[in-house]
Design a protein. Structure first.
Length: 337
């Protein structure tokens, strides 16, 4: 397994305004987001450093205007950055020629946005095959591949429908299928489910998790919905004014917020739905009796925690004891909301 991150960005800036590179070079290191704005510029991305591992789902969150979409567009170089470096599998994409960048996007990246962007005069199958057509792939091969992903997203039998004949959730599945048709290594999704009603949104999240279990893509997923984030994320990056305030596992974000902003951002979250037993386990603690599973949330363990009289409860992962948690710590979180 490679240790090179799928995506690595170091000290990335994206500044909007006249001659941004010259401005950034002369800008004092202590300049805040408001200082930059007072100078007539906007820091869409402000000195961001983070890595995304192969097969990881990184969810990016923040209020409108926080820089979420701008950062993801920098990852794919739909925006050229003002400063810093971005590497895809160790390759600095800021140095790629235009033709090489286009080839990288076509061969390694899939993108799904909130607006479905389907071609209304083309059928489901033709929409899904469209990026393969743009790649110049043989018609028979692209139709065969398009049919594979149509089945994968559960639209078999609707391949000859036009977008107007589909529900919103079905249209979103077409968008997902189209992005998967090129077999991307890296998948960018910008609030793909936010336009859907709650029931369909939940179904699409289930579908998304099913696909990820099968395909193991590297995924950067933007959402403003914390419930969605905790369902999907391996890690959550919370942004404010173009900067990443904290990037960590969901339970660590709610248990140990790095800044006052993150604390306020997560203060209404039911921590027991997010925090898992494994986070509370310490390897030095020991307990006796039946262990709990490290991947279980405290909310799911609530009935047994209330009834359990042990002070120290063993925690296991993959059938092996990894330590123990105190019942008092677990109940404190369980009763905190």
């Amino acid at each position: 397994m490679t240790t090179t991150p799928a995506i690595s960005c170091q000290n990335v800036w994206k500044i909007f305004g006249p001659n941004p590179e010259k401005y950034l070079a002369a800008m004092p290191a202590s300049h805040s987001y408001d200082n930059i704005r007072n100078d007539g510029y906007i820091a869409g991305v402000k000195d961001v450093t983070l890595d995304v591992a192969h097969g990881e789902i990184l969810v990016i969150m923040g209020l409108s205007g926080s820089g979420k979409s701008t950062l993801v567009r920098c990852f794919s170089r739909l925006h050229d950055i003002t400063g810093g470096t971005i590497e895809i599998d160790g390759q600095d994409i800021t140095r790629l020629a235009e033709k090489d960048l286009i080839a990288l996007r076509r061969e390694k990246m899939g993108m799904v946005f909130q607006s479905f962007g389907l071609l209304p005069h083309r059928t489901v199958l033709e929409n899904v095959a469209f990026p393969l057509e743009m790649r110049g792939q043989d018609k028979h091969e692209r139709i065969e591949r398009a049919m594979e992903v149509v089945k994968l997203v559960g639209l078999e039998g609707r391949e000859d429908y036009f977008p107007r004949e589909l529900s919103g959730g079905q249209q979103q599945r077409v968008g997902i299928a189209r992005s998967l048709a090129i077999e991307p290594d890296i998948w960018f999704l910008d609030e793909p489910f936010s336009a859907l009603d709650p029931l369909i949104r939940r179904e699409m999240q289930d579908e998304f998790l099913r696909l990820q279990e099968m395909l193991g893509k590297t995924i950067v997923f933007i959402t403003h919905d914390f419930d969605e984030a905790i369902r999907l994320a391996d890690r959550i990056a919370i942004m404010k004014d173009g900067a990443v305030e904290q990037c960590d596992a969901p339970d660590k974000v709610v248990l140990n917020p790095a800044t006052d902003y993150v604390r306020k951002f997560t203060e209404d979250i039911d921590k027991a739905r997010v925090v898992k037993a494994g986070v509370l386990a310490t390897s030095t603690a020991t307990g006796s009796g039946d262990p709990v599973n490290a991947s279980q949330t405290l909310r799911s363990l609530a009935p047994s925690l209330v009834a359990d009289k042990r002070d120290i409860i063993p925690v296991q992962s993959n059938g092996k004891i990894i330590g123990a948690m105190t019942r008092q710590d677990a109940l404190k979180i369980l009763l905190s909301n």
